[in-house]
Write a protein that binds this ligand. Structure first.
Ligand code: TYD
Ligand code: MG
Length: 464
């Protein structure tokens, strides 16, 4: 009997090694490796992520002779989803919808079908019973849309139904429950998820079916995460949000048919996910008034300016090396900003633990919030509110200089429309903001370095 070889596979990204590792060298995840029997993939494409069955093809194709129809995007009828997709769904494409359990993947997937009930559709579920799905459909107002449901987790059965029924749009909820009889390893393993992903890729391309796969982001390594599939699908969308907030952000991290810079904003209500188009001040909901440790800033998400609240808490540290924790912000950026502030202003943060949080579950990559992060931190240290009625925008450089960020006037215009009239911004943006300043009631304060900014932010006289 042939010896079964054991491989160690990262449940996050699918990286394979011959021995166990504590940290994945490919994606950096900790504790994500676990043993899987080495299985021969059913076809060669599985390993490479190619949709070609056996990597076949020896004839050359003249590209100019290939009739390429422009990718037509079909609106889903869900405005925020269409925004993220750059217009809508592309026929015959494979889409991965990832996110934490309970965040709303099944709800969104079912809504897509409910809104497109005119075409042939199919909902495949291996997670919930028909009764549960029917209840969800009723909550979403789709009880009489006649959505066909297939309760199955077996790849060969799903393939058969798709091939025979040829729906226009199919949802597979979730990819981690689908298993192939031809693969030895357990359902949910990297090998199984890959094999199923490949099968759906081939079906999407061969039969021109738009297939939406949902995938849970997994915390421990027992089930393969959706990242294993990222390279093979056409579009990858991830849901973000906090458990106790109804706001959900849909972010595109890969899209073969459109740019990936737009986000979609939804609110989870009793009747499903509602698109939120007017979102400028949304993330400030519940912001405490005039308390230390909070500052308001503006970011651009795609074409949309958003106001965000940065909260900071500093407490005396009980450890040799103080804690630096951030949520929604890059931790190394936070450490760098704190170092710049210490050096420039002489404030000693070395004996303090610092926690920084972006409220509403937003994840911010932009540097436009730098100054607001430091304002919130310093406000907590001093136990004094920081310019509570002003929007603070600006990148902080290593020498403590405040730098301008892209498309500032757009962000400020939007904030002004949402009712904000006072702004603390980089001096270098002055030329760009001349027109904005002409707005009645607007007061713009220009700062060029940290000490000057903090003097203004904590000024007792004319508080901006
Ligand atoms: P679900 O779509 O099942 O999440 P996922 O598929 O990502 O695991 O959403 C589950 C949560 O959403 C659950 O806590 C209930 C809530 N929810 C609502 O608040 N309103 C609704 O109309 C629906 C359908 C779900
Ligand atoms: Mg679900």
């Amino acid at each position: 009997m042939a010896k079964v070889k054991t491989l160690y596979v990262c449940g996050d990204c699918g990286h394979e090694t011959s021995g166990w590792l504590g940290r994945c060298p490919s994606c950096g995840a900790w504790n994500s490796f676990r043993a899987e029997e080495e299985t021969k993939p059913v076809n060669a494409g599985t390993r490479t992520g190619s949709w070609l069955m056996a990597g076949e093809g020896t004839e050359l194709v003249d590209l100019s002779g290939v009739s390429a129809r422009p990718e037509e995007k079909e609106k889903t009828g869900i405005p925020e989803l269409d925004r993220v997709l750059g217009g809508g769904l592309v026929k015959g494409s494979l889409l991965l919808l990832g996110g934490d359990p309970g965040i709303g993947k099944s709800t969104l997937a079912l809504s897509i079908l409910g809104h497109n009930h005119k075409g042939e559709i199919l909902y495949v579920s291996g997670e919930e019973s028909p009764a549960q799905i029917s209840m969800r459909a009723a909550r979403l107002g789709f009880q009489d849309r006649g959505i066909p449901l297939l309760a199955s987790t077996r790849l060969s059965s799903i393939e058969k139904v798709l091939t025979e029924g040829r729906p226009r749009i199919a949802v597979i909820d979730s990819i981690q429950t689908v298993y192939s009889d031809e693969i030895g390893s357990a359902p949910g393993s990297v090998a199984q998820v890959r094999e199923a992903g490949m099968a759906f890729l081939r079906l999407a391309k061969a039969l021109d079916i738009t297939i939406i796969l949902t995938g849970h982001v997994t915390k421990e390594g027992s089930i393969a995460g959706p990242r294993v599939l990222e390279h093979m699908v056409d579009t990858v969308l991830y849901f973000e949000g906090e458990k106790d907030s109804p706001l959900r952000i849909l972010r595109s991290v890969k899209n073969r048919f459109a740019a990936t810079d737009e986000i979609g904003i939804f609110e989870m209500t009793g009747r499903g996910l509602i698109s939120v188009e007017e979102a400028t001040g949304l993330f400030l909901d519940g912001k405490p008034e005039n308390v230390p440790g909070s500052a308001v800033s503006a970011v651009l998400e795609g074409s949309r300016p958003l106001l965000v609240e940065i909260q900071a808490l500093t407490v005396k540290s009980n450890y040799g090396s103080p804690i630096r924790m951030s949520q929604g912000l890059d931790r190394s950026r936070l450490i760098m900003l704190m170092a710049a502030a210490e050096k420039k202003t002489g404030i000693d943060l070395s004996a303090m633990d610092a926690y920084v949080n972006v409220t509403g579950g937003m994840k911010i990559k932009e540097t436009s919030v730098d100054l607001a992060v430091l304002a919130a931190l310093l406000s907590s240290v001093r136990d004094e509110p920081a310019a509570a009625d002003a929007v603070i925008v600006g990148e902080v450089g290593l020498t403590g200089e405040i730098r301008s960020v892209a498309r500032m006037s757009e962000s400020l215009e939007e904030a002004f429309r949402a009712g904000w009239t006072r702004f603390i911004v980089p001096a270098s943006a002055q030329a760009k903001l001349r027109r904005f300043e002409k707005n009645k009631d607007v007061k713009v304060y220009y700062v060029s370095e940290l000490n000057e900014a903090f003097d203004l932010i904590f000024s007792k006289e004319e508080r901006p």
